[in-house]
Ligand binder design. Structure first.
Ligand code: ATP
Length: 606
């Protein structure tokens, strides 16, 4: 039996992966090399698992078939001999063949092109260097904004570097001050333009989801209010800071029924500074399209936490870019000299390892300390995959963290009433705004979408417990999660709403936003949505809740990883409950959600 047929029989391939291989087989009139067909099916399967392509040395990452895989070198030779497989030089387009092979990876042509175009776009932006002549003149304002600049303050380093870089990555965990820093960067750029008599830069702030956009805008407004309290900061410049953020899709301008956007390389964004928050959630195609739409001479600043889950779609783009940019511990000597009026003496060396080195600053100190939750040691242990420390911390107890060891159903037993009573409180509210605020208090997060411990079943059980088996599908107090973007409604994947019945008993779905703070929709007119009392960790990315209950599955599952755990626990603001067994925690922490991608190596090439 051929390898392709064996994989199909084992159910290891999706119908669509198999269909691609079959179409090549038919075109070759039955003479096709089985290894080429399997590579085609795996390249397609790989994308569905978030990889840019299939690594021939690690095919099991794309598909879990129980087969003997071909030797990687011989497999690559067979592919190079096929008319279906292009072997383009690194910087050249792949031509018309449906597959491309490069550095031991086989790609569907489109994804190889996204990767190549993204790498070339990022190198283009990184290579443009804004003038450094006005830097010293900013020293007084800089010292006001960053009083600890000369003591190695990372936020100050990031802000200073932003003045000299067109491409900058500011990475850091929750509460390390990414938004605070970017607000000050934007103020400095406005002040610089003012000092030099130039028009003020046109600035846009964007995020991959509507919820993440709302959150960053909220933090930016708070950071701006803080700036107004500093003496020496011009209120007119504060007024010129952005006070809203949009989704990346909206920024780029969706075209109905088209994967293209209104803004692209031929119609670049009419902007000078583009800031993208939660960049870890941006996938390969979207990041490629964004970067191509950045006009010549404009700045692109990416903010994110590289230890969080990568995007659901093909990518892990932020991780690849940060890998290529290096740790950013030191500055190149010329940059350090230029920034000396702002930062004092900074460690410098010229161990430049590629076009992106010196374009990243990692913020390290967490500022959002909660009096009730001591999360940092646990988040650090999970991020590093340290299972012993994680278990020890969970068992010994940290402030605000409870470990429900071996509990696999928080809706049974002692926890049930704790969870339900909070939601019942929300159901008793009549004010949509208050109910939406209450909704952010508690969330049950699960690693799985399907099955008994999946978000779907958990929601059904919670809804039944709250409103009965014969419940109105839009009962008063039901939480809703939007699962697709709808520009018509202004509702986006990940938005949370609450149903309430008006005085006449008519159900209305309320969402945050609009001039009044809340917007009303008829439930029947909503875009695709589900219940939201429980949700997957993936869907919770970009949101925070006062109390998080994290449920891990009874058995290890492929979706579990240290990134998933880290993302889940860092959603909690005040209280975290973890329901898991030791075995599953260990298995999850041993796994990386890393994605196969050639982007980092493309970005290291000068
Ligand atoms: N240098 C600082 N000194 C004191 N407080 C700070 C400093 N930087 C940030 N903060 C405070 O820490 C909190 C978190 O900051 P901020 O929202 O900028 O972090 P973030 O990294 O953007 O967080 P998120 O994880 O939500 O994206 C805010 O309350 C902010 O005022």
């Amino acid at each position: 039996m051929s390898l392709l047929d064996a994989l199909l029989r084992q159910g290891a391939l999706r119908a669509i992966d198999h269909a691609l291989a079959q179409s090549l087989r038919r075109l070759d009139e039955g003479n096709a090399d089985d290894r080429v067909l399997v590579a085609a099916a795996l390249a397609s399967a790989a994308v569905a698992r978030g990889h840019a392509g299939v690594d021939l040395a690690r095919p099991q990452l794309a598909c879990e078939g129980n087969v003997e895989w071909p030797d990687a070198a011989e497999w690559a030779d067979a592919l190079r001999g096929s008319r279906w497989v292009a072997q383009p030089p690194a910087d050249a387009a792949a031509g018309q063949a449906p597959l491309a092979i490069e550095n031991g990876m086989v790609y569907l042509r489109r994804y190889r092109e996204y990767e190549r175009r993204l790498a070339s776009g990022l190198r283009r932006i990184a290579a443009a260097t804004p003038g450094s002549s006005g830097v010293a003149a900013l020293a007084p304002l800089f010292a006001t904004l960053f009083p600890n600049a000369r003591d190695g303050d990372r936020q100050a380093r990031a802000a200073a570097l932003a003045l000299l870089r067109s491409l900058l990555l500011i990475t850091g965990g929750p509460g390390t001050g990414k938004t605070t820093t970017i607000t000050r960067v934007l103020l400095l750029l406005l002040a610089q333009a003012r000092l030099e008599g130039r028009p003020l830069p046109r600035i846009a702030l964007a995020a991959p989801t509507g919820r993440a956009a709302e959150r960053v805008a909220e933090s930016l407004r708070a950071a701006t209010e803080q700036l107004r309290t500093l003496s020496g900061v011009d209120a007119a410049l504060c007024d010129a800071l952005p006070d809203s953020a949009s989704t990346l899709h909206r920024l780029l301008g969706t075209i109905p029924d088209s994967p293209r956007f209104r803004h692209d390389a031929d119609h670049p964004l009419p902007l000078d500074v583009i800031v993208v928050d939660e960049a870890s959630m941006v996938d390969l195609p979207l990041m490629c399209k964004l970067v191509e739409a950045v006009p010549e001479g404009a700045r692109l600043i990416l903010l994110g936490d590289r230890d969080q889950l990568p995007s659901v779609e093909a990518g892990d783009v932020l991780a690849a870019i940060t890998d290529a940019a290096g740790e950013g511990e030191t500055l190149p000597p010329a940059v350090a000299a230029t920034l000396a009026p702002l930062l004092g003496e900074v460690q410098a060396d010229d161990a430049s390892v590629g076009p992106l080195s010196g374009h990243r600053v990692q913020l390290q100190r967490g500022f959002r300390q909660s009096a009730s939750l001591d999360l940092a040691p646990l988040a650090d242990a999970m991020r590093g995959g340290d299972a012993d420390t994680t278990l020890q911390l969970l068992r010994e107890g940290l402030r605000g963290v409870r470990f429900h060891e071996d509990v696999s159903d928080p809706l049974a037993g002692a926890a049930r009433e704790t969870l339900l009573s909070s939601w019942r409180e929300m159901m008793a509210l009549q004010e949509p705004q208050l109910a939406l605020q209450h909704a952010a208090r508690l969330r049950l997060l699960t690693a799985l979408r399907d099955g008994a411990q999946g978000a779907g079943v958990l929601n059904q059980r919670i809804e039944e417990a709250l409103a009965g088996a014969q419940r109105d599908p839009y009962f008063h107090g039901r939480l809703l999660l939007v699962t697709e973007n709808s520009y018509r409604h202004g509702l986006f994947n990940g938005d949370i709403g609450v149903c309430q019945h008006d005085a006449a008993g008519v159900p209305v779905a309320w969402f945050a936003g609009g001039s009044e703070g809340v917007r009303a929709f008829h439930p029947a007119s909503l875009p695709a949505h589900t219940g939201a009392f429980a949700m997957t960790v993936h869907k919770a990315q970009g949101s925070e809740f006062d109390t998080v209950w994290l449920l891990l599955p009874r058995q290890d599952a492929r979706t579990l990883s240290r990134e998933l755990l880290y993302t889940a626990v860092t959603r909690a603001r005040r209280e975290l409950h973890v329901c898991a067994s030791e075995d599953v925690l260990r298995a999850a922490l041993a796994r990386h959600a890393a994605r196969v991608s050639g982007l980092a190596s493309r970005l290291r090439t000068p």
